[in-house]
Design a protein around this ligand. Sequence first.
Ligand SMILES: *[C@@H]1O[C@H](CO)[C@@H](O)[C@H](O)[C@H]1NC(C)=O
Ligand SMILES: [Zn+2]
Length: 381
Amino acid sequence: MRSVSVAFLTAILVVAYAEPDELPLAEPCDESACKLPNCLCSSQDIPGNLEPRDTPQFVLLTFDDAITDLNTQTYRSLIYRRTNKNQCPIGVTFFMQHEYTDYVMVNELYNQGFEIGLHSISHRTPQDFWRDASYEQLMREIGDQKQQIFAFANVPASTITGVRSPFLQLSGNNNFKMMKSAGITYDLSRPTTRYTDPGMWPYTLDYQSTQDCVIGPCPNASFPGAWVIPMISWTDLSGFPCAMADACFHSPDTEEGWFQFILQNFERHYLGNRAPFGIYIHEAYIRPRPHVQRALTRFFDTINNINDVFMVNAKEVIDWTQNPIPINEYVKKSCRRTVPAACRPVFCPGLFSQDTEKTYYLRVCSRCPRNYPWVNNPLGN
Ligand SMILES: *[C@@H]1O[C@H](CO)[C@@H](O)[C@H](O)[C@H]1NC(C)=O
Ligand SMILES: [Zn+2]
């Protein structure tokens, strides 16, 4: 009797102490119920059942971390004044962290037509912080970045719709709860090493995802209308997968080698199901490696001359996926346009942060905050 009631009590306690707000599991995807534009099952099929030859090959170039005066010099020479074969300016997406960022440069990149995405205020270590982060912590680290970028760089919050987690480390469902509250529509943090050939297309989280979970925990609840762009891994020179191009362990050390390396990874997509091809890289990797920069330039020169290849902002891939149209229609569309955001540069020297105990030099497009902006005080009041 006694042991039975102890077991019974334990069972009650376990139920009572389960995650208070754990969400129900998502159901397996129901293709007859999950329809574009707002729902898409995870798969390797081309949206809209298009043939590969009718499918635009999108190339997603992204840069992460702080946007500074120094790394903008690389961006100017690598990606400014570059157009796709359809004469539209190329797109590039920046997942920016707040710490060390120069908001005058953010304004410049935005006015060049590039996309600004979120990558947290602090980008703090250890990586486990991001694995264990609560919804509330993610709101303060990432959700609040929207108003911060608007306040300091004049980038309209409505244009900020994407996020990449620091270290690509998700915290299960919490990231997607945060995205919903913050009005963020897509995540570009989740690598796939299994669905690379053919690649997995972007999909929504209305239903269970069939994607592999390389850096868990991954979400398992339903988040209607939230998009995931899988980070389709490259294959390095020894056959190992790498989600970030600069994290490939066995990579070439010459310009010709790098050019061939990018091309080989690209061809897996271009000659396959044309899932978006990602070049996910850090400027800090390129700057000390001129051969990598030259190889990238050569690669961009090459694809900017191909009729059915388009370097675009990540958000444009979501837009196309929601309304998949064949290349002959796609090329008739007008180019993306950006309404210029004003900036009157102000230099704010010597802002001390109580949180990090460091002094920062900040440039903004508005007026200097009293304190260095940080988590829980994103505007530096
Ligand atoms: C769903 O994922 C969370 C982690 O984010 C985990 O704690 C929970 O056990 C998972 N639920 C199920 C039923 O697998
Ligand atoms: Zn980062």
